[in-house]
Ligand binder design. Structure first.
Ligand code: ME8
Length: 516
């Protein structure tokens, strides 16, 4: 097929045991920016998110809420959909693991693994953490209070003994190492890749892939005493959404293998070890890349329900506005590292980078045009070196962003955009169009044209990060919907285009008003 490569990006599917918080919003936001960028850049895109609804943890949460599991998951899953709408996520699909399409797909991968001789019936005796929905070896645990055992994640584990099917994970050690070797970009960032490789080199045990001590899950085909282990069920969502088991379908052939699974560092092992092993064992290709990002804390503290410091993204949006929140989350912390949310840092970015740097640039240029150029794009004369230099820098952003976002370096992409914002602000000061108005109106028109065109280019490439503010800015530049894809970067503003009265797109955060 010709044209740019199709792009398939996925978020983890979130457990419906609890309300969505800033961590969930963060992962999906990162994927949303990539999906929007790739669409604007002309790719066919599939962006998937959803909810993980089976397993012991969800069963327990439903019981604690006094609800039947299906009613409970319906309710909590709805909260995740509402979050997606509030954050303006542009996902093309929202998958729930309780849907018939997924149950069929999970049972199909089970059958494929069985047919390939990868499953056998045995019994599991060992440690299990309900919070992590994970099995742990004795050697991974430490002692907790009151004789309890604690997993590396900090979760308590219980001793479990039950009949179980096993997946022959131990057979895949060599093939996984070989796969990592041949696909150096499969796991990012680099430090995480090294962790995964040393984990696999440490030896893999066969994995328990069914449970019998509770009932909330997908029945194992031909043996309904067992339900599928929730991680085998959940990981399969990524192929369900492209039509598995119909591997000949248009969607499957277009989008599988996925371009990118975005996950938090807590669940990298499942995505970078178990998932490619399941896929290869079922005769399917592993995804091209798994990126494990870092962890958010709140004002320096671990975010947890028991500390009562969970950050509700809806409250953030209400307080600061959606675009500043989207900007902050991806600008503040180098993507891949852990980060800290603080009110101070949020307001600093909002008032500094957004209101002062970008907002003022747009507002002063567009107001000058409004007042001095008959409320329309001025006609430029010949460009001086400084003019072409600025236009070239703004025009070069598309390639720069392709590279940075190809590596999921969101913060570097934003830094690159703000370098051009800074140059444009220096250019305004150097060229002093307010002085030219009296001394050389023709040159003033050129300078204002160069600035308006620079702002148009900045607005186009910033759309994936802040879609609302940039849509308003492009409105103020008289740009129709049809001129907002990256192909528009090959064109330029047309002199004489009428421009509406400008309005600020980045309000300042005023402390008193918020505390009242
Ligand atoms: O693990 N900082 O679901 P989950 C950053 N259902 N990201 C965070 C975060 C924080 N403090 N807290 C959560 C599951 N996240 C499984 C996934 S996929 C086939 C199944 C984000 O609801 C981060 O992306 O526990 C993390 O990996 C994910 O939420 C865990 O969500």
């Amino acid at each position: 097929m010709s044209g740019p490569k199709p792009y398939y990006v996925t978020t983890p599917i979130y457990y419906v045991n609890d309300a969505p918080h800033i961590g969930h919003a963060y992962t999906t936001l990162a994927c949303d920016v990539l999906a929007r960028f790739m669409r604007l850049d002309g790719h066919r895109v599939k962006f998937l998110t959803g909810t993980d609804e089976h397993g012991q943890k969800v069963e327990k949460s439903a019981a604690a809420a006094g609800m039947a599991p299906q009613d409970f998951t319906d309710r909590v899953s709805r909260n995740f959909r509402d979050l997606a709408a509030a954050m303006k996520f542009s996902n093309d699909d929202f998958i729930r693991t309780t849907e018939p399409r997924h149950i069929a797909s999970a049972q199909a991968i089970w059958r494929a693994l069985d047919a390939a001789g990868q499953l056998y019936l045995g019994s599991y005796a060992g440690w299990y953490s309900v919070r992590d929905e994970a099995f742990y070896g004795e050697g991974e645990l430490s002692d907790g209070p009151g004789g309890t055992k604690i997993a590396p994640s900090g979760a308590e584990v219980d001793w479990v003994e039950e009949p179980s099917y096993f997946f022959r994970l131990s057979d895949w050690e060599g093939r996984l190492l070989d796969f990592y070797d041949r696909n150096p970009n499969f796991i990012a960032p680099e430090s995480r890749r090294n962790e995964v490789i040393s984990f696999v080199k440490g030896g893999l045990q066969d994995l328990s892939v069914s449970r019998t001590s509770f009932g909330w899950g997908i029945p194992v085909p031909d043996n309904p005493d067992h339900i599928m282990y929730v991680w085998l069920d959940a990981l399969t969502n990524y192929i369900t959404a492209v039509g598995y088991p119909d591997t000949k379908s248009e969607d499957f052939s277009t989008y599988w293998p996925a371009t990118l699974h975005m996950v938090g560092k807590d669940i990298l092992r499942f995505h970078a070890v178990y998932w490619p092993a399941f896929l290869m064992a079922a005769g399917l290709e592993p995804p091209a890349r798994v990126f494990a990002h870092g962890w958010w804390t709140n004002e320096g503290q671990k975010i947890s329900k028991s500390l009562g410091n969970v950050i509700d993204p809806l409250h953030l949006i209400e307080r600061y506005g959606l675009d500043p929140v989207r900007y902050f989350l991806l600008r503040e912390v180098p993507f891949g590292n852990d980060g800290d949310f603080s009110h101070r840092a949020m307001v600093g970015r909002m008032n500094g980078d957004l209101a002062n740097d970008f907002g003022n640039l747009a507002q002063r240029v567009l107001s000058m045009i409004q007042r001095n150029c008959d409320a329309g794009v001025p006609a430029p004369g010949a460009f001086a070196a400084a003019d072409s230099a600025l236009l070239d820098r703004a025009g070069g952003l598309r390639d720069r962003l392709r590279a940075e976002l190809g590596a999921q370096a969101f913060h570097k992409a934003l830094i690159a955009i703000w370098e051009v914002v800074g140059e444009a602000n220096r250019y305004v000061d150097d060229q002093a169009p307010w002085t030219l108005r009296k001394t050389d109106p023709a040159r003033m028109a050129t300078v204002l044209y160069v600035l308006a065109e620079t702002i148009r280019r900045l607005a186009l490439v910033t759309q994936p990060f802040m879609p609302d503010a940039m849509a308003r800015l492009l409105d103020q530049l008289g740009q129709p919907e049809t001129a907002r894809g990256f192909a528009a970067l090959d064109g330029a503003l047309e002199a004489g285009t009428p421009l509406p009265r400008p309005e600020g797109v980045f309000p300042r955060f005023v402390e008193e008003a918020a505390d009242g």
